[in-house]
Design a protein around this ligand. Structure first.
Ligand code: LER
Ligand code: MN
Length: 272
C-alpha cells in the first residue's frame, strides 16, 4: 500500500477536508518532507495548471500523483452529471472527461465524488442512475485510453442519495456491466453508512481501487473513534495495493494532520 496526501487549490473548497491548501510548490515540498509517496490533487479544472508544471514538481520532490479530484466541477461551476438540464449534464461530462485526460497524462486516475449529484425534483431515481451509468461508461472508456481506471466514490447520505454504501455501488457496477470503474472507499463516509467498515471492504474487494484514509470525524486517523487495525487488516487480506490517501481536515494544523496520518499507517504496517 502507498500513502498520499491531499493538496487543494480551489478557493471555494478552502474550508474543505484537504491537508494542504498551499501553492503547488510549497504543497509538494511539504508532502515530500512529511514522507508521503504521492499527492492527490484538487484543482479548479483541467486547464488550471499545465501538466508539464506538475511533472516538474513531481520530479523535483519525488512524488507520484495518486489521483485528481473533480469536485471543483460542482463547488466552483455548479455542475452535476445528474442535473435535470441536458446542457448542464453535457457540461459536467465534458468537465469530467477533460479531468480524466489531465490526470491520465500524469498517470493518475480521476475521481467522481460530488459531481455525481443526487436524484429528486424533476429527476427520478431511475433517471439519475441512467444518467450516471451513461457518464460512467464514457468515463471508464476515456480513462482506459490512458491505462488508468476511473474512480467512483459512494458518499454519505448528506452528500448524495445515489450510492451510500460500497456493496450497493459494487452491485450497481456489476449489474450495469460497467468497465474500468473502481470504487473509492472513503472511511469517513463509510463510518456513517456501513455496519462494519472492514466487512464492507472484504465484501467488495473486487472493486476497491482507492482509499480515503480518514477517521470518523474526518480528521487524521487516530484523532477520531475509528479503529484502523481491522480496516488495514481487511485491506491487506484483499491484497489492496493502492493508495491510503489522507482526505481530512488540516486539524489542528496541516503538518500535525500529515504526521499523524503516516503514524497511523506506520504503526500498523511494519514494512512502511
Ligand atoms: C470527495 O472525495 C468526498 O469525499 C466528498 O465528501 C466531497 O464532497
Ligand atoms: Mn472522499
Amino acid at each position: 500500500m502507498k500513502t498520499a496526501v491531499t493538496l487543494c487549490r480551489v478557493p471555494e473548497a478552502a474550508a474543505g477536508p484537504f491537508v494542504f491548501h498551499d501553492p503547488l510548490e510549497e504543497g509538494f515540498a511539504k508532502a515530500a518532507a512529511a514522507g508521503f509517496d504521492a499527492v492527490e490533487l484538487f484543482l479548479e479544472g483541467p486547464d488550471a495548471v499545465n501538466v508539464e508544471e506538475i511533472q516538474a514538481l513531481q520530479k523535483r520532490h519525488g512524488l507520484a500523483i495518486a489521483a485528481v479530484g473533480t469536485g471543483a466541477g460542482m463547488v466552483k461551476h455548479g455542475l452535476s452529471l445528474t442535473d435535470p438540464s441536458p446542457e448542464k449534464r453535457a457540461a459536467a461530462l465534458d468537465f469530467v472527461l477533460r479531468m480524466i485526460d489531465f490526470g491520465g497524462r500524469l498517470g493518475a486516475p480521476a475521481i467522481l465524488g460530488s459531481m455525481q449529484g443526487k436524484w429528486g425534483g424533476a429527476v427520478s431515481r431511475g433517471q439519475a442512475l441512467g444518467f450516471l451509468t451513461d457518464a460512467l461508461e464514457a468515463a471508464g472508456a476515456a480513462a482506459a485510453r490512458h491505462g488508468v481506471p476511473f474512480i467512483y466514490e459512494p458518499l454519505n447520505r448528506y452528500e448524495t442519495n445515489l450510492h451510500n454504501r460500497l456493496a450497493a455501488a459494487a452491485d450497481y457496477l456489476d449489474d450495469c456491466g460497467l468497465k474500468n470503474i473502481v470504487l473509492l472507499a472513503d472511511l469517513f463516509h463509510m463510518n456513517i453508512e456501513e455496519r462494519d467498515i472492514a466487512a464492507a471492504l472484504r465484501e467488495t474487494a473486487r472493486h476497491v481501487g482507492h482509499v480515503h484514509w480518514a477517521d470518523s470525524n474526518r480528521q487524521a486517523m487516530g484523532f477520531g473513534h475509528t479503529d484502523p487495525a481491522p480496516v488495514l487488516a481487511a485491506l491487506r487480506d484483499i491484497s489492496y495495493s493502492g493508495y491510503l490517501s489522507a482526505e481530512i481536515f488540516p486539524l489542528p494544523d496541516s503538518e500535525t494532520a500529515a504526521k499523524q496520518t503516516l503514524l497511523s499507517i506506520r504503526s500498523l504496517i511494519t514494512d512502511h
